[in-house]
Write a protein that binds this ligand. Sequence first.
Ligand code: FAD
Length: 263
Amino acid sequence: MKVLIVYAHPEPRSLNGALRDFAVTHLRDSGHEVMVSDLYAMGWKAALDGDDFLNRDASAPLKVELASKYAFANNAQSADIAAEQKKLLAADAVILQFPLWWFTMPAILKGWVERVYAYGFGYGVGEHSERRWGDRYGEGTFKGKRAMLIVTAGGWAEHYAERGINGRIDDLLFPINHGVLHYPGFDVLPSFVIYRTGRMDEARYLRTRAELGERLDTLWTAQPIPYRMQNGGDYHIPSMQLKSELGIGRQGLDIHLDERRSG
Ligand code: FAD
């Protein structure tokens, strides 16, 4: 299998750097092919702007979606974007690895998503009608591929638990897991989160590495988060409202978990 790790940390001698190196070695030793997009090392341009679209009439106002759609369809995207799209298409599984910064991914990784997920690739895929609202949320370019987050956080697990002040980690990561990954079709595995990174000693680090190794070993077999399919009949189209008989007894973002698959 081919795995793409998109890695966002500025320091290779960090905890993230060590875990990234471990993941690459572990996957390769298990016979997988591993591609790494090390965004800081690549000098990844984080900000989406008109330079992303080649041959664009710079005197005209930039309409990002239209420019993206045209550039993607006409082989007129900047080379760094096209190269990342090629890696995504080649991968059977994609891992996004990052430290939690201000409750979400670092800006450089957000910029990778914004630039690489072109119109016609990450969004704007499939039939848009009264019957279907595109191929998204369980369908799309990445259908059949798996994805998982590896996230480190300074805060304690309790701070991110059900009643923790930071909000539940599943809620904070929902825009990434459900939005960035499930939306364009990935099967999303539960995130591997390492809390309280300031209290990492050698013994804990070795335990963390072993746990990560187990998660990597089950990348192909673990049950994905049971997010609902948009076009599976659970939502009214085009209002995209969850049907009233579903999600009973659930609250907040959990209503988007399919009870038939999650119990
Ligand atoms: P490092 O700082 O490199 O290391 C952490 C610990 O692991 C250190 O004790 C180090 O000695 C040890 N370690 C490193 N490598 C090894 C190794 N090879 N073997 C054994 N031990 C090792 N946290 C939150 O919870 N929520 C937030 O919203 C949040 N926002 C932040 C915003 C910013 C801008 C910043 C800078 C930090 C923020 N943090 C937040 C904290 C952040 O999530 C953590 O600092 C980060 O996840 C730690 O990962 P690291 O790779 O940088 O760890």
